[in-house]
Design a protein around this ligand. Structure first.
Ligand SMILES: Cc1ncc(COP(=O)(O)O)c(C=O)c1O
Length: 457
């Protein structure tokens, strides 16, 4: 008879999983058996089916189940088959990739764009490719995990790349790190400064105008991960840069694919005329955080990373949007694109249709704004919960301990509301939250149901 001893991996994993279960912190994979929309059909662990209002998806514009987006994917599946069966540079580049990348560049207002299977993938392609020894990447402390991991990865691939972290949205802290970088003899190359456009857990907006000024002062390149801002911020939903008047309007708003606003068309600001507030985001709707009209003096963003899996509704995928030169370098040297298959063509076609739909139906952006405002007002006026303020579609209710957020999320399911509770390690210990995310597909009646359920918690 042979006796087997548990492997070290099995022992420590059991410990981790048991600890999570003991603390009521186990994440349950909730199963959906319908298209993603304002309401979804869920199958619970006991096999029962429930129609619930979904208020935790990134389907900001309600495009995930839009007929044009679905049809484009089906058509591409018929025309190009199921898989690319290749990385882009071998035989994995299809017509829909080019079409989508042109659309993304136009939409973002950059010279060029290049797609990946996710924004995570795009971010991990970006820094290890564009950085060289002697560079430094400077990042907001609350930037998304894909940025954190890309920053960890970069010095492993390119030894000698340094990192700097500034306090969340604190311009004095960002300036301090930039100043230190300037005075550090080991930093001889490029300074990169990266921020989320909208911070996913707080729903607040980066101070792009001031970051632009700082980057100009220190000859740094400004990189923005605008994943949560696509379709959400800016008059026509182009993102955080549009919100701040930092991208040239498209040639004919509404049906706007005629002429992209290229970076070269926007002269870089020396900061003249811009507010010089150095305080963190005290009010997201006033002062430097307020929407502004476009002016070349506002400057622009050098490089974007973004996702096709949130407001842009194509299903999945990510991109880098930047100068043609940077994209050319990514195509030649980016490891995730050289060694990993291309974005599936069906997804590329759906994403293209989603962006076109957004550009042709900009009223969806206003609809999202209106329903989000209604949601915040109703929670504030009719419940005892505090919801964080911001002009974004993310409405977090901070509840404290992780297990409390998870328990509240479970209770909401009983009232047919699907909202996820986020706790440690996604957010700091003690700051667990219910993150309500609104969609243009939601109605006032959906919000009223949410409020009734919150009142019963
Ligand atoms: C700011 C930000 N960047 C990147 C991502 C990842 O996007 P993707 O799902 O395309 O990898 C997310 C998703 O949550 C995000 O919030």
């Amino acid at each position: 008879m042979t006796t087997t001893t548990a492997s070290p991996f099995a022992i420590r994993t059991k410990e981790i999983l048991d600890t999570l279960a003991g603390a009521g912190q186990t994440k349950i994979l909730q199963t959906i058996d319908s298209p993603m929309d304002a309401t979804v059909t869920m199958i619970d662990e006991d096999g029962s089916r429930h129609e619930r209002i979904c208020m935790c998806s990134n389907n900001y514009l309600g495009l995930a189940n839009h007929p044009a987006v679905i049809e484009a994917g089906i058509e591409a599946l018929r025309t190009y088959g199921a898989g690319t069966a290749s990385v882009r540079f071998i035989c994995g580049t299809f017509t829909p990739h080019h079409a989508l990348e042109k659309t993304i560049a136009t939409y973002m207002g950059t010279e060029a764009a290049y797609t990946f299977v996710s924004c995570w993938n795009a971010t991990e392609a970006l820094f290890p490719t564009v950085c060289e020894p002697g560079d430094i990447i400077i990042s907001d402390e609350l930037n998304h995990a894909c940025i954190i991991d890309a920053m960890r990865l970069t010095p492993v691939i390119k030894k000698g790349v340094k990192k700097g972290i500034y306090k969340h949205s604190d311009m004095n802290s960002a300036r301090e790190i930039l100043e230190k970088a300037k005075n550090n003899p080991e930093i001889t190359g490029q300074i990169w400064l990266i921020t989320d456009g909208i911070f996913s857990m707080e729903g607040d907006i980066a101070n792009l105008p001031e970051l632009r000024i700082l980057c100009d002062q220190y000859n740094a390149l400004l990189v923005v991960d605008d994943s949560h801002a696509h379709g959400v911020l800016g008059k026509t939903g182009r993102g955080t840069h549009e919100h701040y008047g930092m991208c040239a309007p498209l040639a004919s708003p509404g049906s706007s694919f005629a002429s992209p606003g290229l970076p070269g068309e926007v002269s870089r600001s020396d900061g003249g005329g811009l507010p010089s507030s150095t305080s963190p985001a005290s009010s997201q709707t006033e002062g430097v955080f307020a929407p502004r009209p476009y002016s070349p003096e506002n400057g622009t963003v050098d490089i974007f990373t973004g996702t096709l899996g949130k407001g842009l509704g194509g299903g999945a995928g990510g991109f880098i949007a930047a100068s043609q030169q940077l994209i050319d370098l990514i195509i030649q040297r980016g490891r995730p694109t050289l060694f990993s298959n291309a974005l599936p063509v069906t997804v590329a076609a759906s994403a293209n249709a989603a962006i076109q739909t957004l550009m042709n139906e900009p009223d969806r952006v206003q609809r999202l704004r209106d329903i989000t405002t209604y949601c915040r007002q109703q929670i504030k006026s009719k419940t005892d919960f505090e919801v964080l303020d911001s002009p974004t579609a993310i409405c977090p209710i901070i509840v404290g301990p992780t297990e409390k957020a998870i328990a509240m999320s479970k209770q909401l399911l009983e009232h047919n509301i699907f909202v996820i509770g986020f706790g440690h390690p996604v957010v700091p210990e003690g700051e667990a939250r219910l993150r309500i995310q609104m969609s243009a597909a939601h109605t006032e009646a959906h919000v009223d149901q949410l409020v009734e359920a919150l009142k019963k918690l």
